[in-house]
Design a protein around this ligand. Structure first.
Ligand code: ATP
Ligand code: AMO
Length: 466
């Protein structure tokens, strides 16, 4: 085969050499009839290519053809590397390619619904452009999601989904290093696993069935099956009714379940170590990606402590009270109160990542272990980034009779979960675990304001395509 050079490897050391490159035409500009500039992009790197009509070498026709190319078309260019005397602002590489041969490999449609350049602009740039009456193409969120393939090409999106991959990677690596076993549980199940109404119902060959709202019941059953410590990375389905900035109808759950010896704090210890390792790793290994995200969506680096702050729910309620906000000490915190508490915690403890534990039992799912000293509370916790929930977790009830009673109290059809309840009749270890929303972690670590930004193909109450 021919010798190809990657755009990212084009540098001054190649001056005078002939190279063959492939990329997508990001910008095209004709200067008179004898010259055209093309910026080619590949893997996020860009280089300026100059097509100059030159007797015997480059025809005027070729200049015309290259200047008339549609944006995002895929082209191969053979040319000579030159070093201009001035800084090149519109490309990442500081050399130019003097084009000798030019082939269009695949033509994009002429009027793209999204301009990658415009879709890369920050909110401020978009606002400024609007004030000046500049027409931008494809900056509206729905347009971007409708043409997600084009939208994905922006540097920020390239960054976001690489960060997401790293979050998943660290989750797996860290847990494997701590003796956890990766499992996969069914997504077609007989009933709701969390209680509540947010389930997608379907017909399973004549039997009523649901898409799993969480791997909750089966990850606990894996503990009953002696796996001791398990994790799962998989899809979670919630038939959410309302359209919010942080709820999807399908998201990726990072789930953990483990035996505990004495205290649900053993589960919180894993959360603590896992997330400090994760944030450290993101800051070290994803610098370029975070920079690209921050350029379009400016954010401050997440503040977190070496040892994660732990507050009880009551302490949280107290802090809110002192700030003049009354909340029900045995109810759940609403989104606003959570956000406010996040601010108060930041001011007082200088961290944007913390654990709130010992929630009121009444607001937790049926399988949650009540506190031994006061059954109005529970051995449970939520974890927050920048005042928004990313994790729920708890110790679980491992006594089948107590579990049945709780399920009945919570209005759950016990028939649909009888195999789960039975799994605790054969000798069961005390255990606990937690569930993390992957898209929320990425959204909040990067200070983004909408979960649709961190889902490759988001599913929300109104969107089922692409
Ligand atoms: P989870 O579903 O894991 O519990 P969550 O962030 O939805 O995560 P909840 O405890 O259900 O947490 O809800 C916290 C608050 O978020 C609620 O009090 C409510 O204000 C709001 N909320 C929850 N679900 C929805 C929803 N589907 N639509 C709008 N608001 C919601
Ligand atoms: P919970 O219902 O709190 O707990 O879910 C766990 C985490 O999943 C994320 N999450 C969501 N992300 C996007 N869109 C949604 N609609 C959505 N709903 C939840 C949040 C949340 O913290 N079985 C328990 C976990 C456990 O106790 O192990 C559970 O499902 O980040």
């Amino acid at each position: 085969g021919r010798k190809w050079t990657e755009i990212q490897h084009l540098n001054v050391e190649l001056e005078g050499k002939t190279v063959l490159i492939r990329g997508q035409a990001q910008a095209i500009r004709a200067v008179g009839k004898n010259m055209a500039f093309l910026v080619l992009r590949h893997k996020g790197f860009t280089v300026q290519c100059v097509v100059t009509a030159t007797p015997e070498l480059v025809s005027r026709q070729m200049v015309k053809f290259s200047a008339s190319l549609s944006r995002e078309s895929v082209v191969d260019v053979e040319g000579i590397i030159s070093v201009p005397g001035i800084e090149i602002t519109g490309a990442t590489q500081q050399v130019e390619v003097q084009v000798r041969k030019f082939f269009c490999i695949n033509k994009a449609v002429p009027n793209l619904p999204i301009s990658i350049e415009d879709a890369s602009r920050s909110d401020k740039e978009i606002e400024d452009a609007k004030k000046e009456g500049v027409l931008l193409v494809g900056v509206n969120r729905d347009t971007r999601l409708n043409y997600r393939v084009l939208d994905m090409r922006t540097s920020a999106n390239q960054g976001i989904f690489r960060v997401q991959c790293q979050v998943e990677n660290i989750f797996r690596e860290f847990l494997l290093s701590q003796g956890f076993v990766g499992i996969h549980t069914p997504k077609l199940i007989a009933g709701s696993s969390e209680g509540g109404s947010a389930v997608f119902k379907l017909d399973y060959k004549g039997q009523p069935a649901c898409l799993a709202q969480s791997p909750q019941l089966h990850k606990q059953m894996a503990i009953s099956g002696n796996f001791e410590r398990v994790f799962e990375i998989g899809p979670v389905f919630r038939a959410e009714d309302s359209y919010t900035h942080r709820h999807l109808c399908e998201f990726t759950g990072l789930d953990v379940e483990m035996e505990i010896k004495e205290h649900y704090f053993e589960v919180m210890d894993i959360v603590d170590q896992l997330f400090v390792a994760m944030f450290d790793s993101l800051n070290q290994k994803c610098q370029k990606e975070l920079e690209a995200i921050g350029k379009q969506y400016p954010f401050t680096p997440l503040k977190y402590l070496r040892k994660t702050l732990r507050l009880t729910f009551d302490e949280g309620v107290q802090m809110l009270k002192e700030a003049g906000i009354q909340v029900d000490p045995f109810g759940d915190l609403n989104t606003e109160a959570e956000k406010k508490l996040g601010q108060l915690v930041l001011e007082k403890y200088d961290t944007e990542f913390y654990i709130l534990h010992r929630y009121p039992q009444a607001v937790r799912p049926f399988y949650t272990m009540p506190s031994y000293d006061d059954s109005r509370y529970s051995n449970s916790f939520d974890v927050f980034i920048r005042g928004e929930e990313i994790i729920s977790g708890a110790q679980r009830i491992h006594d089948p009779e107590v579990l049945t009673a709780r399920a009945v109290e919570c209005g759950i059809d016990v028939k649909t979960i009888s195999t789960y309840i039975d799994s605790f009749r054969y000798g069961s270890f005390p255990h606990g675990g937690f569930g993390v929303g992957l898209e929320r972690v990425v959204m909040l670590f990067c200070g983004l304001n909408n979960i649709r930004l961190t889902s490759l193909f988001p599913r929300d109450p109104t969107r089922l395509v692409p």
